[in-house]
Design a protein around this ligand. Structure first.
Ligand SMILES: *[C@@H]1O[C@H](CO)[C@@H](O)[C@H](O)[C@H]1NC(C)=O
Ligand SMILES: *[C@@H]1O[C@H](CO)[C@@H](O)[C@H](O)[C@H]1NC(C)=O
Ligand SMILES: *[C@@H]1O[C@H](CO)[C@@H](O)[C@H](O)[C@H]1NC(C)=O
Length: 306
């Protein structure tokens, strides 16, 4: 009895020991592939991570992945119209940190799934100006230029991590494997942090009137959020920096530095909703906006009409 108990003990000890010894080498590129569904859901956000990496790298440095990590592009075309932004030192410092974080996110996803090449991105002034014109239902003259100053750049940045964040919240319950969920939770944590920093910087200037449009920073965020709700077509999942009291946390407060539902939980969006928003078309089959040729990966491509 004692001998067999000991043997069982030794057996489990050995298994445990072997398991530790066989942990994957983190320096080795492993392609965890538990289910095909997980792979598609993990590949989809590369579309947004490429956009964020390029927008933040260019904004802070004036160049992008082609200079800092050409392998990560997998030969995809350079973004159109991206520029160095005219940023104050604090904003530039923060945006540069976000830029390197996005490079890390691209690596993390590609260490898990094969992924795809950088899609054609349109980060031109015209592309951002079109979003603002749509949000306000009028033509801005001069066109809204995200690269002109820190206010404009932060308002344009308001467009970026939040959409990724809602996508990660939406993807999580659909993932089968612990490794996939761990990756998505890690990405979600930092994307939410970026969104919070951008929103806090804007919140501190919520009443500032953006030259030459005569519109406050808070009004910009409200209009952008309204537009995203309209394009996403799934109700209110987006809120500006100052909201009517019933929409604030517990219906108690108008300040809305972070977005949440009635329980202050983050909203979720499906890939379809995200495509409708980032294409600016309200239709996942009609590319445009930041992705003039459409997004890549099996989910996005399944909607593109050949
Ligand atoms: C980039 O890819 C090339 C070709 O596959 C490879 O030789 C090179 O080592 C890679 N560089 C980095 C920094 O990973
Ligand atoms: C993952 O597995 C599926 C089949 O289960 C296969 O079709 C697909 O190519 C695999 N993907 C990768 C990245 O290995
Ligand atoms: C989306 O666009 C496709 C392709 O043009 C079209 O067939 C479809 O009806 C559109 N869907 C909606 C909801 O408008």
């Amino acid at each position: 009895m004692l001998v067999s108990t000991l043997m069982v003990f030794m057996f489990f000890f050995n298994i445990h020991h072997l398991h530790v010894l066989s942990c994957p080498d983190p320096t080795k590129q492993t392609t965890t592939n538990c289910t095909d569904q997980d792979r598609k859901l993990l590949e989809f956000p590369l579309n947004l991570e490429y956009l964020e990496a390029e927008f933040f790298l260019f904004g802070a440095l004036g160049f992008g992945l082609d200079m800092v990590a050409p392998n990560l592009t997998m030969g995809g075309p350079s973004p159109l119209g991206a520029q160095k932004a005219n940023l104050d030192p604090l904003t530039r410092d923060v945006i540069l940190q976000f830029a390197w974080q996005e490079v890390g996110h691209l690596r993390a996803i590609k260490n898990t799934v094969k992924g795809f090449a950088r899609p054609q991105l349109d980060l031109s002034v015209k592309s951002f100006a079109k979003v603002m014109d749509a949000a306000f239902g009028r033509k801005f003259i001069p066109p809204f230029n995200p690269y002109a100053n820190s206010y404009n750049y932060l308002i344009a940045s308001y467009l970026v991590p939040y959409v990724g964040l809602t996508g990660y919240v939406g993807a999580n319950p659909k993932l089968q494997c612990p490794d996939s969920r761990k990756l998505v939770a890690g990405l979600l944590g930092v994307e939410s942090g970026q969104d919070a920093v951008i929103r806090t910087m804007l919140y501190a200037r919520a009443g500032h009137i953006v030259h030459p449009y005569g519109i406050t920073v808070a009004a910009f965020t409200n209009k952008i959020s309204d537009l995203r709700n309209k394009l996403g077509k799934m109700g209110v999942k987006d809120e500006g920096l100052v909201v009517p009291k019933p929409m604030g946390a517990e219906g108690q407060i108008r300040g809305n530095v972070l977005v949440g539902d009635k329980f202050s939980l983050a909203f979720d969006r499906t890939p379809e909703e995200i495509l409708r928003i980032v294409y600016g078309s309200g239709n996942e089959s009609v590319p445009g906006g930041f992705y003039p040729k459409g997004a890549d990966g099996e989910i996005a491509k399944s909607y593109l009409v050949k």
